[in-house]
Design a protein around this ligand. Structure first.
Ligand code: NAD
Length: 421
């Protein structure tokens, strides 16, 4: 066991991309460290009258290209290293998509399932009280992530408005529609990945009726299942934190989603769907053309990457494949559509939400979908072309694409802002 951190492992991708570009070492030095990470303890009143405290963080990793942008995660295993790594990935994701943002991220170490709704609201409001001077529509713009949602963003936006005494919907994205949320935000991550796969399908060797296995059946996983099934493809296996199910001739996605919405685990639905329960770890090894990791980071490692039979991996989750596993996949001819591109639909529609909030004029769903599709296809094609021209993996190509933009912006700033970090 080494003491290498998640961020150290993420930085391998930066170094690798830099080796393909003529980039000043100062640029790399700047991108190796977060600009600022704030840690605090949120003390909230529980329903029984007692007080409980929760560790919380907000990281503004890099703001060279604009205000920092990134979700807030509520998870019992959250830690500073994960927050900073997720913020690093956001920096590159926003650059890949050419969004006028830097990267940020936040988290609270909590299992939100153990809190009542009123406790969850107090915790969310406490988070905003603690970070009210960190965030801002021109400074740092949070959004939902794992185990946070529109309702929580709505509470946080409301708290910010109360603190500042003005209504500033652009301070946070992923809000309920009634509070200035955008149409199309709920399925944006999955939809972006879906547009990407459809656009590159022939290059990826994916037929119109390909088979799909999805690891993690939450927001991203469920919407991906719905979109791909409606497009004529077969979802043959899914998993959640409790287990996995498999059905070679395709699962009934509508029933699966209805069952999950009623609070069941995917394994509870196996009998009703005529599916087989399989060990959760076996999901990645099922026969499928496309594997979609949509759970947590580092789920595909050097120990299990060799078992993947899919031709293509679409990383809807952030960081699901370790750098060592990446090498195994490349060696085995598996194409990985990397997280910083594959799941960028979410932050792209968050950007649309921020734009709409600032202009006070709202787009219809058709316009949101058309703009998202255009941007996913444009940046997806650019990444694909770099991969082909330079004979590198799609992941390296995405990092090269993003790093080029970041380097140009860092150099354009000159030395003063560089050293102010
Ligand atoms: P979510 O909480 O809605 O869903 C996560 C799912 O993963 C749940 O079904 C959970 O049961 C499952 N899971 C947890 N541990 C698992 C395990 N060991 N094996 C299998 N399944 C497991 O979260 P989400 O919003 O869908 O996010 C999923 C991933 O996508 C995360 O990595 C997140 O950072 C990334 N992502 C989400 C968005 C978004 O807009 N929702 C945007 C970009 C990236």
């Amino acid at each position: 066991m080494t003491d290498e951190t998640l961020l150290d492992r993420a930085l391998i991708r930066l170094e690798e991309a830099a080796s393909h570009l003529q980039i000043d070492q100062d640029v790399i030095e700047k991108l190796k460290y977060p600009r600022e990470t704030t840690k605090t303890r949120l003390l909230i009143r529980m329903d029984d009258g007692s007080r409980k405290s929760f560790l919380a963080w907000r990281c503004r990793y890099d703001d060279t290209r604009g205000p920092t942008k990134g979700g807030i995660r509520f998870h019992p295993d959250s830690n500073i290293e994960e927050v900073e790594t997720l913020a690093f990935w956001m920096t590159f994701k926003c650059a890949v998509m050419n969004l006028p943002y830097g990267g940020g991220k936040g988290a609270v170490r909590v299992d939100p399932r153990t809190l009542s709704k009123t406790e969850l609201e107090r915790l969310s409001r406490a988070y905003m009280q603690a970070f009210a001077t960190t965030v801002g529509p021109d400074r740092d713009i949070p959004a939902p992530d794992v185990y946070t949602n529109a309702m929580i963003m709505g509470w946080m936006a409301d708290e910010y408005n109360q603190i500042t005494g003005s209504v500033t919907p652009a301070v946070i994205t992923g809000k309920p529609i009634a509070l200035g949320g955008s149409l199309g935000r709920n399925d944006a991550t999955a939809r972006g990945g879906f547009y990407l796969v459809r656009h590159l399908a022939s290059e990826l060797g994916l037929a119109r009726d390909h088979t799909v296995a999805i690891q993690g059946f939450g927001n991203a996983g469920q919407f991906y299942a719905q979109l791909t099934a409606a497009d004529g493809n077969k979802v043959v296996a899914v998993s959640d934190s409790a287990g996995a199910i498999h059905k070679a001739d395709g699962l009934d996605v509508a029933k699966l989603i209805a069952g999950k919405s009623s609070g069941k685990r995917v394994t509870d639905l196996a009998a009703e769907l005529g599916a087989t329960v399989i060990p959760a770890d076996d999901l990645i090894a099922v026969e499928a053309d496309l594997l979609v990791p949509a759970a947590l980071e580092e789920m595909i490692t050097i120990d299990n990457a060799g078992s993947i039979k899919a031709k293509v991996v679409l990383e809807l989750a952030n960081g699901p494949v370790t750098a060592e596993a990446d090498k195994v996949l490349t060696k085995n001819g598996v194409v990985v559509l990397p997280d910083i591109l594959a799941n960028a639909g979410g932050v792209t529609v968050s950007y649309f939400e921020w734009v709409q909030n600032r202009q006070g004029f709202y787009w219809d769903l058709e316009e949101i979908h058309a703009r998202l599709k255009k941007m996913m296809e444009r940046e997806g094609r650019a990444v694909w072309n770099i991969a082909k021209e330079r004979d590198v993996s799609a992941r390296s190509a995405a990092y090269i694409h993003a790093l080029g933009r970041l380097a140009t912006a860092i150099e354009a700033h000159g030395t003063q802002p560089f050293f102010a970090g």
